[in-house]
Design a protein around this ligand. Structure first.
Ligand code: ADP
Length: 594
């Protein structure tokens, strides 16, 4: 059975954790790679610089150390030196030798130059006239003496016994004169070299054959052994006193890692250094360039941070792009969903509209039927009154016939005929609903029209006990109108007024006719009834608007009136009077008076 893959919240957190983990791993990896790369390149650059520096310094130092190799030959060939060795006590010889040595010393720019006899006693020296001169002193214990006598030449670095200044002692045996051998010693001051090295970057130390630093750009390292000395070495140092009174406190010198032959990572007194070692050619010493790893470490750390930040930026960019793609996809999905919703809504609207139309059709049909019913009821009501009047007239005519009152019978018949005419006219009026009928425009005297209408509403008027007041000024006031239409309007307005006053305490129907200066006449029909209902006022002239019970009101009367008046170039207005009751104002063109 196929099931869709279930993604539970736990799956989700697991996946999120996985993603975070991968991102962190990437950041860590780039930090590591950045660190390593920076360290490697930094180290390589540092090594190269150190090698270069060492090349320079070693060449200089080697040159300095071989500069005096010609001295023994020079002194052997100078007669005064062998002469002095032969007769050491001769003051004239020693004076001449002293002056000669001083001259040579000044030329070679050595620190000191002196000649010793085979026993190690200084016979003559360049500093013979200085206080603390070596002349007359014994140096037999000095290794360079021993070496020179044994091997022809000796080398010794040490602090001067009388001068207390460190220097390099080069000694050469004077062998030509076998009878009286001697040794010439030149002391070179290497402090100038040392101070020149201080101007170079990094530190530099020179370590002698015992592993003691004898030259250093750092004062605190001077005369300190790299490793604690053993008993033999200590005894030798005690004997030769090469380091003067220095306490010889061992350094914490630790080789952490050998990077290449002669290149080591060192830890000296707790500080990490890159040590590059070079062996001198003309002295049993080692030159060690010491470079601080601190800057390298900082650089590597910065590189790591930069790489990590770069990776973070890359990841953020990736996430942003990914999210944008997701959002794009989401947007498309939303659009599709929206479109689907829109489509279904549209079809629903179409269906509903169809239903609505059907319902509306039914409603219209029902409305038509209701209108028809109302109209029929209204028509019956309209017809009923003249029919009742006609019945009364014909009954009284029969009685009048019995009494042979022929004239009265004729009068009744005439009135019946008038009623029939009126009914015919009413039917004609109804036709105005269906099609427009051309109305006549003839002068109609208002007094006559009102009297005719009064006859029709007489029954109702008597029934409700309504008093009628007619005020026409001028009395012969006439309007241009269709007589039947005007009659219909008057009957309608008067009957409405009478019926409105059915329950009124005072029942007065007033008809007032006035002539306006602009050739128009105004007939106002007013009553003392309750007035037109507020909700009816705005719809008064619309069809089927009625407050009367079904069967008794058609709601067509006022609409018909308004149409007829308008068709006669007139205007019908209605409203409630300030003192109570309603008024209807019919305005029509006035007819010229004969
Ligand atoms: P119908 O008389 O069949 O109701 P009309 O169009 O003649 O139809 O009148 C519409 C409505 O106007 C009446 O139902 C009534 O509420 C109101 N109306 C007409 N004349 C008066 C009046 N004189 N006083 C108060 N209300 C009136």
């Amino acid at each position: 059975m196929d099931r869709p893959p279930v993604v539970t919240p736990r799956h989700r957190t697991f996946r999120a954790a996985l993603r975070w983990g991968a991102a962190l791993a990437l950041v860590a990896l780039s930090a590591f790679v950045g660190h390593q790369l920076s360290q490697q390149t930094g180290l390589a650059r540092m090594r190269e610089a150190a090698e270069h520096r060492l090349d320079m310094i070693a060449t200089g130092l080697d040159a300095e150390l071989t500069r005096f190799d010609y001295l023994p030959a020079l002194l052997e060939m100078t007669p005064v030196v062998p002469a002095l060795l032969r007769s050491p006590g001769d003051p004239a010889l020693s004076d001449a030798a002293n002056r000669y040595l001083a001259g040579v010393n000044a030329t070679t720019r050595a620190e000191m130059l002196y000649v010793l006899d085979a026993g190690g006693t200084s016979l003559a020296a360049s500093d013979w006239d200085q206080p603390g001169t070596t002349v007359g002193q014994h140096f037999a214990f000095r290794p360079y003496m021993i070496d020179a006598l044994a091997h022809g030449r000796g080398r010794f670095y040490g602090v001067g016994i009388t001068s207390r200044r460190p220097g390099y002692y080069l000694s050469y045996a004077l062998r030509r004169e076998q009878a009286a051998p001697g040794v010439v010693t030149v002391k070179i001051n290497l402090e100038d070299n040392e101070s020149a090295w201080r101007k170079l970057p990094g530190d530099l130390v020179v370590v002698d054959q015992r592993g003691v630093i004898i030259l250093s750009t750092r004062d605190d390292l001077k005369f300190r052994p790299l490793l604690p000395m053993d008993a033999l070495q200590r005894a030798e140092v005690l004997r030769a006193r090469p380091y003067g009174t220095a306490p010889l406190e061992p350094l914490q010198w630790q080789r952490v890692e050998a990077l290449a032959p002669g290149v080591d990572l060192l830890r000296i007194d707790g500080a990490d250094k890159l040590g590059t070692t070079r062996t001198l050619r003309h002295a049993p010493w080692q030159l060690i360039a010491l470079d601080d790893m601190g800057a390298l470490r900082v650089g590597a750390r910065n590189a790591a941070v930069t790489a990590a930040l770069g990776m973070v930026a890359l990841l953020l960019l990736g996430v942003t792009l990914w999210q944008r793609r997701l959002a794009e996809r989401q947007k498309l999905a939303n659009q599709a969903a929206l479109q689907a919703a829109h489509d279904s809504l549209e079809s629903m609207v179409v269906a509903r509209t169809a239903q609505l139309h059907a319902a509306q059709d039914e409603l219209v049909q029902a409305g038509k039927m209701a209108a028809l019913g109302q109209m029929s009821a209204g028509l019956a009501h309209e017809l009923n009154q003249p029919l009742t009047a006609m019945r009364t007239l014909s009954e009284s005519a029969a009685i009048l016939l019995d009494h042979r009152r022929d004239d009265d019978v004729r009068g009744n018949l005439k009135r019946i005929r008038d009623m029939v005419d009126r009914l015919a006219r009413l039917t004609a009026q109804l036709k105005t609903f269906s099609h427009k009928q051309q109305l006549q425009r003839v002068p109609v005297v208002l007094a006559g029209a009102i009297a005719e209408a009064q006859v029709i509403v007489a029954g109702a008027q008597q029934k409700y006990g309504v008093q009628v007041e007619i005020d026409l000024d001028p009395p012969q006031l006439a309007v241009m109108a269709d007589e039947a239409a005007l009659g219909s309007v008057l009957v309608n307005l008067m009957r409405n007024a009478i019926e409105a006053m059915e329950e009124a305490p005072q029942r007065l129907l007033r008809l007032e006719g006035r002539l306006h200066g602009d050739g128009r006449a105004l007939l106002t029909v007013s009553d003392t009834g309750p007035g037109i209902r507020d909700d009816v006022v705005p719809h008064l002239f619309e069809p089927f608007v009625t407050t009367k019970p079904a069967g008794s009101g058609l709601g067509l009367g006022l609409m018909l009136c308004a149409q007829l008046v308008r068709a006669m170039d007139g205007d019908l207005q209605a409203g409630n009077r300030a003192g109570g009751g309603a008024y209807f104002a019919v305005e029509l063109p006035a007819a010229g008076l004969e």
